[in-house]
Design a protein around this ligand. Structure first.
Ligand code: PLP
Length: 484
């Protein structure tokens, strides 16, 4: 089936959306900006020009800057990806070292490779059960800076894909004390400024540049994002110009006015109703969580200070023992209840909410989870091995619960751009221990590499590749590229 037909088919399913984009199938934003082909224009007189705005686009960017509290804000039409590439490439020069949290999105690694940079990794603490990063520590950053003198730029991811936050202000302060510029991948944080009950945006905490995806957590079209220069940023003129140059070089010369119009309309929505809608969402989530307390086999996992709009939905141990894992839960919600989550692993499902979700969405969710909980209960109580129709666990197998601690300090033998110049050979994953990778091995979602070109392949990385094999992009059946 081709693309248009597929899109129409999915549309006809009227899925309840707990996945991106944040407009949840066109809600809220529709009243502000009814999409039409007539609006799909190019830079004709009067329509301004994205790469050197002086009119309407500049006005929208000024409103954005005002709402977000930045020195200057730029609309992006290539997602946070293009903002991340531009801020890293623009503020560094070839051969520079850059401190990066190892749980960074693949776009950060691509910038490191393109820019010929030497990564110095800040390793996050991991939740050993869910296998997700949960903390970055300021004292570890302090030690890292001392061990790598001369680093001038650092990249932090905040919040994580799962909405987990940490004391980012302490880390920004450590970096600034050492004269290090802080770039923040805040792709999942464009909505944070809508409520004081949410973690603060790094723009309010001194980030020098923050990049945010509008489309992930707010009602705007996919690909829309922004780059903000912080009010008191430490970038020098060469770096500021470098960032601007890369934005112009890496983005299309024909930016979509539909995308840019959707940003402008979303800003109007935020200005008029953003705080009220966020309060409504937070109340709906609190009510939903209260009702989740009544369930026996399913729970919402919370971390201190996390973004409450992200829901980490977990089967409890009793259910997991019967094979009811995160992947099963995600498939059951979609197939039997028409609810689509953002992503699933063997231990949990991630649900993304936004100000476009309404009370009915949460009613449908809690109703479905209550039914699922009851069906799991029947199976567990009878100690039968998931043979009934709906609650049948995938494969009827108990999930593996071993932890694959792949988020450890890698041995960087070559930086990624050096590694790409080496002669390579294909190697079966199980025989790759001790060799040096020339491939990116990236489970998607969440898009955080297990291996980067130039890194030594170790047993824990191989275990992680096996664990995430289903989610791996770029891992051909016949193995991976290693350096000869
Ligand atoms: C942490 C993080 N950073 C950056 C990106 C890239 O954002 P975009 O899809 O807007 O290019 C993603 C996308 O999933 C992400 O999760």
């Amino acid at each position: 089936m081709r693309l248009t037909e597929t899109l129409e088919k999915i549309k006809a399913q009227h899925l309840v959306s707990f996945f991106m984009p944040g407009h949840k199938m066109g809600r809220k934003i529709r009243d502000y900006f009814p999409l039409s082909y007539e609006n799909d224009i190019t830079e004709i007189p009067g329509a301004d020009y994205l790469h050197d705005p002086t009119g309407a686009i500049l006005e929208t960017e000024m409103l954005m800057s005002q709402l977000y509290g930045s020195l200057e804000s730029k609309i992006l039409v290539g997602g946070s990806t293009v903002g991340i590439l531009s801020m890293i490439l623009g503020s560094t020069t070839r051969g520079d070292a850059i401190i990066v949290n190892r749980n960074a999105h693949k776009s950060v690694y691509h910038a490191i490779e393109m820019g010929g940079l030497n990564p110095v990794y800040l390793i996050p603490d991991m939740d050993q059960t869910l296998d997700i990063p949960v903390n970055l520590s300021a004292s570890r950053m302090e030690a890292l800076i001392k061990s790598a003198p001369g680093v001038k730029v650092c990249l932090l991811t905040y919040p994580t894909y799962e909405g987990i936050c940490y004391d980012v202000k302490a880390i920004i302060d450590v970096c600034h004390r050492h004269g290090i510029v802080v770039l923040v991948d805040e792709a999942h944080g464009a909505h944070l400024m809508l409520s004081e009950a949410l973690p603060p945006s790094t723009l309010a905490l001194g980030a020098d540049i923050a990049v945010q995806s509008f489309h992930k957590t707010l009602p705007a079209l996919t690909q829309t994002a922004c780059l903000h220069f912080g009010k008191n940023h430490l970038l020098n003129n060469r770096q500021v110009e470098g960032v601007r140059w890369h934005l112009a070089a890496l983005q299309t010369s024909s930016p979509s006015y539909l995308l840019m119009g959707s940003v402008d309309s979303m800003l109007s929505l935020l200005k008029d109703q953003g705080e009220r809608l966020m309060q409504y969402l937070m109340t709906a989530i609190a009510n939903f969580e209260c009702r989740m307390d009544d369930l026996s086999y399913l729970a919402i996992k919370r971390y201190n200070g996390m973004d409450a709009t992200k829901l980490i939905l977990m089967p409890k141990d009793d259910a997991m023992q019967f094979g009811y894992d995160g992947n099963w839960l995600s498939e059951t919600l979609r197939e039997h209840f028409g609810i689509q989550v953002e992503y699933a692993t063997d231990t949990f499902c991630l649900l993304m909410t936004s100000i476009a979700n309404n009370r009915e969405d949460f009613e449908k969710l809690i109703g479905s989870l209550t039914v699922i909980d009851g069906l799991i209960d029947k199976v567990v109580a009878q100690k039968v091995d998931g043979t009934q129709k709906m609650p049948k666990a995938l494969n009827g197998q108990h999930p593996k619960k071993e932890v694959t601690a792949y988020m450890t300090q890698p041995e960087v033998v070559y930086n990624p751009s050096e590694a790409k110049l080496k002669e390579t050979e294909r190697c079966c994953v199980t025989e790759a221990a001790g060799k040096v990778s020339c491939s990116y091995i990236i489970p998607y979602p969440p898009g955080i590499p297990i291996l980067v070109p130039g890194e030594r392949i170790t047993g824990d990385k191989i275990a992680a590749i096996e664990k995430y094999r289903k989610q791996l992009m770029s891992l051909p059946e016949n193995g991976m590229e290693v350096i000869k």
